[in-house]
Design a protein around this ligand. Structure first.
Ligand SMILES: NC(=O)c1ccc[n+]([C@@H]2O[C@H](COP(=O)([O-])OP(=O)(O)OC[C@H]3O[C@@H](n4cnc5c(N)ncnc54)[C@H](O)[C@@H]3O)[C@@H](O)[C@H]2O)c1
Length: 377
């Protein structure tokens, strides 16, 4: 019989929904020592929070996250707010002895991230950051193949995260809906929002990045600010491209933008090794493309592996072989792994400390784009 794990969620936007779905469903598919209980949701607007609580089955509502953290009936706090609140809430939650699941990017910058790592480690609370793509089965399978040495020496790691939703110059910046376009709330633009995902996956699959040379661009220089009503300078990066070197000697090429007309959320990566290559594409997330040079000559070619069989990562918990699962399931897997790790007293990555490594790369990328020089991570 599972013990209850009382969850408090702060913020009920896009990620609030993705995480609530994961807590609500994880115990249907995974046998776990704890069963998440949707205890409280917190947001500033009481009536909206109440509507969310009713729709998703939260038992109670708070409008002040500080009050929420005082509650004795909360075991774990999930931070789904814009980036500028991650640090303050995490540190307070750690001091209150709560387990913490924090959205990415960990922080606005490395200095904040270091304080957050110190706080969770000092408090000894279980912690994770929602770099959810690690737990898409095809991506986890890529990790298995790499760890088994299937690629041999790695030469290249290439990643893209392309969107097109900010091309209109009429789009305002800031406020509840468009905080991503305001560096005061987001920290950075596509670097922290999109590239951070690519970087987390890359560090996990291919090890540390040593140095980077980056460029960023802000295509629309001024936008009306939702909060002030005035036309103000845009402070985020609309696009970011960087190259770099991994510690293992392979070369990195990364691009993210919100100006790639036609692309909505095209996250792709490709890794080229001495013996084999791997490709993955979020738009076809249950497939892993694999090329093995050691196959017999005439049969050599890219295999499109449908990662849906019982011996593929996580898949035995779902349907029968051949049936695919969706974007939302990566979050379910992260909750399952987090709970398993927490019960065993073993940290499960990405921890705050792991996410700090991604933050270091993001900061180096932004510093390099500013100075125009190669920058050590
Ligand atoms: N893992 C992923 O793939 C992924 C995807 C999208 C967003 N994110 C991250 O998740 C976080 C939230 O993004 P989102 O897309 O859900 O944003 P969103 O704008 O949809 O939701 C943000 C929520 O935070 C709430 N909020 C803001 N200030 C608050 C405060 N002071 N107290 C309580 N609640 C407050 C808002 O009311 C809203 O409900 C960000 O850090 C973002 O980078 C991660």
């Amino acid at each position: 019989m599972s013990k209850p794990l009382n969850i408090a969620m702060i913020g009920y936007g896009f990620m609030g929904r993705a995480h609530s779905n994961a807590y609500a469903n994880v115990s249907h598919y995974f046998d776990l020592p704890y069963k998440p209980v949707l205890k409280a949701v917190c947001a500033r607007d009481k009536s909206k929070a109440e509507a969310f609580a009713a729709q998703w089955g939260y038992e109670s509502v708070e409008t002040d996250w500080k009050k929420l953290l005082e509650r004795k009936d909360i075991d774990a706090v999930d931070i789904c707010t814009p980036n500028n609140l991650h640090k303050e809430i995490s540190i307070a939650a750690a001091k209150a002895g709560k387990a913490i699941l924090c959205e990415k990017p960990l922080a606005m910058n490395v200095a904040e991230g270091e304080e957050m790592c110190d706080a969770v480690e000092k408090a000894g609370v279980a912690n994770t950051v929602w770099y959810n793509y690690r737990r898409i089965p095809a991506v986890t399978f890529a990790k298995q193949l790499i760890d088994e040495g299937k690629l041999g020496r790695v030469f290249h790691y290439r990643a893209n995260f392309l969107q097109d939703w900010t091309i209109s110059a009429d789009l305002p910046q800031g406020g509840a809906a468009l905080w991503r376009l305001d560096a005061a709330a987001a920290g950075s633009g596509v670097t922290g929002d999109l590239l951070a995902h690519c970087i987390d996956t890359a560090l996990w699959l291919n090890g540390s990045i040593k140095n980077v040379s980056a460029m960023t661009e802000t295509f629309i220089k001024e936008r009306k600010h939702t909060l002030t009503g005035k036309v103000e300078k845009v402070t985020i990066d609309d696009a970011c491209t960087f190259m770099g070197r991994f510690e293992n000697g392979s070369l990195a090429l990364f691009e993210s933008t919100r100006y790639a007309r036609g692309h909505k959320a095209l996250y792709t990566f490709e890794i080229n090794g001495e013996n084999a290559s791997i490709k993955w594409d979020l738009h076809d997330l249950h497939r892993l493309q694999f090329f093995d040079y050691r196959d017999a000559g005439p049969l050599r070619g890219w295999r499109s592996i449908h990662v849906t069989d019982g011996d593929h990562p996580y898949m035995k918990h779902w349907w029968v072989p051949g049936l695919s699962i969706g974007y939302e399931c990566g979050f379910v897997h992260q909750v399952a792994d987090f709970i398993t790790g927490m019960a065993a007293g073993k940290p499960v990555g990405p921890t705050f400390r792991d996410a700090l490594e991604t933050q270091k790369v993001c900061d180096a990328v932004l510093a390099s784009a500013k100075s125009g020089a190669w920058t050590e991570v």
